[in-house]
Structures are given as structure tokens and as C-alpha cells.
Design a protein around this ligand. Sequence first.
Ligand code: BGC
Length: 286
Amino acid sequence: MISDATESLPPVVLPSLERTPVLTGQKALVTGASSGIGRQVAIALGHAGADVVVNYVTDPDKADETVQEIERRCGVRAMAIQADVSNEGQVQAMFRAMMDAFGTIDILVNNAGLQKDAPFDELTLDQWNKVIDVNLTGQFLCAREAVREFKRKGVVADVSCAAGKIICMSSVHDIIPWAGHVNYAASKGGVMLMMKSVAQEVAKWRIRVNAISPGAIRTPINMDAWSTPEAYAELMKLVPYKRIGEPDDIGRAAVWLASDYSDYINGICLYVDGGMTLYPGFETGG
Ligand code: BGC
């Protein structure tokens, strides 16, 4: 059994990002960066040399912690900006504040997202709207502001090959249906085709638009799925690689997608999921 074999494997120690300054001098905005995947992506971009705006909506103290960690450990500039990504006025004010502080934007990580789960016949319109507003409309509003600035600025050759890069945080549930989470799966399916359509439209200005589709990553959003040994064992049935993902797994993927090392990559969903999208039920069935 493959799962028996994994018990004898050593723990995973991810290589440090601390000496990979592939984003030096670039200006990045990460939405929803006060916790979870967003926080770790913001720190990873900082390690790679970017100055970082840490967007948050409800928790200024946690956003400040992220800012301080980036400034202390990465030696770059960081600042927190509050904005609800589903509010057009607040998004535009956030971009103006970033332009005033950093002058421009080179990298947008459209990360802010949430779940409001319910059985389908109990799903309220408010739960539906909230998830679509934040997860999908929020990514549209931020991407539109970023594209406006990327087109205005154009390519600055000693900064990056591209005029700008957008990374949309999607999910394995942009392709795996998810009972009990219909609003969330619909939002992420929407993110995937929005991302590809924008990528097709803006590529000629050397703007790259890609997505990262995380699987099960150890964050507060899915704590029920990993915080007890029983839940973790159930979760592992869905993960051929037999470990949960860490926020840093997403951080390093984001650094690569934002850097010129991926310059010819445009319009892809990069599944960072330990094989969750490989139909693990077929390992023994079918
Ligand atoms: C969800 C998590 C879930 C994971 C894998 C993510 O997009 O936010 O709650 O554990 O997909 O199912």
C-alpha cells in the first residue's frame, strides 16, 4: 500500500526562500494578507525582494503583524491597507494609496476569499452573494485596477520582462465539484474562466495573468478538515502525496509565477494540491 510506505518517509523540510531575490524592486499587492495563504504569500514575495502592500478587511492588528514580519525578516518595505475587495470605491482608494506610497504596482495577488457553506436547499441568497462578491467580483475589481496601471506604465525593462503580473487565487474546486459548497465552487469556477479570458485579452501588453489552485492547505478556513487525527486521516484519502499543504507551498508557487522565471506562462491554473485533482478514488477503484 502506498499509504503504508509514506509512514517511513522523513518529514518534509521546504527549502528556504530567503536567498531568492527574483523580485527585487517590484511592488506587490496581496489581498486578504492578514492571515492564511495570503499572509504567507506576502512574506514570500517580501523574501524575494518585493515591497508589499498587505490588504486586509477586518483585523488591523494581524495585518500589522504581517507588515512587521515582512519588514523585519525581508528588509523590504511593507504597508497595510484596509479595503473590502468587493467594494469598488474601497478598491480604487486602496490602489490610489498604493500608488502614493510605492509609485506603481508590478504584481497583484488576488487572494482574498471566504466560504459560507450550507446544504444547497438551505443556501441563502446572502450566503450566495457574499461568496460571489468577495471571491469573484473582488478579483475582477482588483484585476481591473491593476491592468489599468500596467497598461499606463508599460514594460520597465530593468524591473521585469512583463508590464505586470496577476495571480488569481483559485482552488481545486474550480474543477472538482463540491457538494455543500456550491457558492464557493461556483465562485472559483468563475475565477478560472475570468482569469483565462483576461489573460487572453491583455497578453499583447505583456501582462501575464495566471491562477494558483490550492488543494487542502493548513489554514483557518478548513481547520475542521485537519485539526484532529481522525479528520486528517480522512483528508489524506483525498491527497495522493499524503501530506497536507502548508501556506508556504503556495508562497513559493506565487514567487515563481510572479517572477520572470515563468515569463512564458500565461493563462494557466497551477494546481498546488499534492495530487488532489488526480481522482484519488481511482487509485484502487474503477
Ligand atoms: C478550500 C478548503 C478545502 C480545499 C480542498 C479549498 O479551496 O478553501 O476549505 O480544504 O479547497 O478541498
